[in-house]
Design a protein around this ligand. Structure first.
Ligand code: PA5
Length: 440
């Protein structure tokens, strides 16, 4: 029941990894003794074993209530307050759950808002929720992120108009205990509140109520997710790189970066992993892209994108490497059958499963890309279930922290994101002042 890291298609030489072992030891100690950069944001490190069980039970009972009284849960949040929940839900849910007949669908739909400022998106969301039983989970650590706050204001008004006093029983707020505007509002209005621990940054918060409430509402087993994360916490605290696939991944991506590879493409072979890739991009992009450093995280879904970006990887600039996510066992599979006429010439595939064909495409693609000079790392998980998703998310969080320290940055802050937030608010406030002067 392990996640396996495989580097047989990496063009790195042994001495390049050897040469980084002493630095790995250093950053491992720094992280575990909490003496490195950003050490006041390490709450995620032992969270899977130390989390607040009472809060977790509250999450589960809120989820039970929402599953009973709502057809739709609207989740308002952005960045780390959104991507983790969506990554888990999309990985595990039926690809077309929205279109399943009612009797086959036993969980509320999860709709996301507050992750953009598109007026179309918000208006169209209001259009589809009208007349349906809904609950709202607003998630924001700071409690003042503009995208989330705007959608919260709009939806709160909608819910108050629709449910009157009862709106209070359908609004759930996940935020920091301190200095949160929506936290203060929740207290005043009497909304049920869940806490984001102060020492856990957004992109490391998927295992807290930030991720677990929407995931539980979607009908997935949050205990299993936490079990996977907790096993990962133990397994990936092993300092020896030979026994720790998570550290091996962190070290090899850094070694590749030192060779001038500054783009990493996470390649997936199942579209249900697309949001996992989005979450991964945020995790690594926000953690490492600073001080003029970082590996640019990109993602592609194969075989779909082999018909577009495949060309670039094969023949374009060689400043990139790939990390392939390989899921050993599909949730469902289908045997190709023989056709009497064989007009499409596919009879040579009869008796083979579609997943087998997908795996062969993966092997063929890797061979082509490696022949084209692109290193391929591979992370294999046995199957897509709650346990392995929990394990994989923790794998990446730990790898990101180790990798960020090896790169010499603070993997737990995001000064660049703060700049944009500040500028947007300043511009909007300047505009308001201008309007006020015009009125006078
Ligand atoms: O990882 C991060 O810290 C960010 O992406 C935040 O999660 C994002 O900006 C949303 O912030 P907040 O939860 O304060 O609304």
């Amino acid at each position: 029941n392990n996640i396996v890291f495989n580097d047989k298609n990496s063009l790195l030489r042994d001495h390049e990894i050897e040469g980084m072992k002493s630095q790995l030891e250093l950053v491992h100690n720094e992280l575990h003794s909490k003496t490195g950069k950003g050490n006041d944001f390490l709450g995620w490190l032992d969270y899977p074993s130390s989390f607040d069980r009472q809060e977790f039970e509250r999450v589960k009972s809120a989820a039970k209530k929402i599953r009973k009284d709502s057809e739709i849960l609207v989740v308002a949040g952005i960045g780390g307050s959104y991507l983790g929940a969506r990554a888990v839900i999309e990985s595990l849910k039926h690809s077309f759950s929205e279109l399943l007949p009612r009797e086959k669908r036993n969980s509320p739909h999860i709709l996301y808002v507050g992750n953009n400022l598109s007026s179309n998106y918000i208006m169209e969301l209001l259009e589809v929720i009208r007349g349906r039983e809904i609950s709202l989970n607003v998630i924001s650590k700071s409690g003042k992120t503009i995208e989330t706050s705007i959608s919260f204001r709009i939806l709160r008004e909608y819910m108050e108009k629709t449910y009157g006093e009862r709106a209070r029983d359908r609004i759930y707020v996940t935020t920091d205990r301190h200095n949160s505007a929506i936290g203060d509002l929740a207290k005043l209005e009497g909304y049920q509140t869940f806490t984001i621990p102060g020492d856990i940054g957004g992109r490391y918060s998927v295992f807290t109520s930030v991720g677990m409430l929407p995931v539980a509402v979607a009908g997935f087993d949050v205990d299993e997710i936490m079990r996977g994360a907790s096993d990962a916490q133990i397994e990936y605290s092993e300092p020896d790189i030979e026994k720790n696939p998570c550290y091996r991944y962190a070290v090899e991506r850094n070694a590749l970066n030192r060779r001038g590879k500054d783009v990493e493409i996470l390649t997936i072979y199942d579209p249900s992993l697309q949001y996992l890739a989005e979450w991964w991009k945020q995790l690594f992009g926000e953690s490492e892209g600073k001080d003029g450093k970082g590996i640019l995280p990109m993602s592609l879904c194969f075989t779909t994108d082999l018909h577009s970006m495949g060309q670039y990887i094969q023949d374009g600039k060689k400043n990139l490497f790939e990390t392939v996510i390989n899921v050993e066992k599909p949730k469902k599979d289908f045997y190709m059958f023989a056709d009497n006429e064989n007009l499409d010439g596919l009879n040579y595939l009869s008796g083979k499963t579609v997943d087998f064909i997908n795996k062969k495409a993966m092997e063929g693609t890797m061979k082509a890309h490696v022949d084209g000079g692109v290193s391929n790392l591979m992370i294999t998980i046995p199957e897509l279930n709650e346990y392995y998703i929990g394990k994989l998310l923790y794998f990446f969080q730990k790898a990101c922290a180790i990798s960020g320290y090896m790169l010499g940055v603070n993997p737990f802050d995001q000064p660049g994101v703060e700049d944009y937030k500040r500028n947007t608010i300043e511009l909007l406030k300047a505009d308001e002042k201008k309007m006020n002067l015009n009125i006078i």
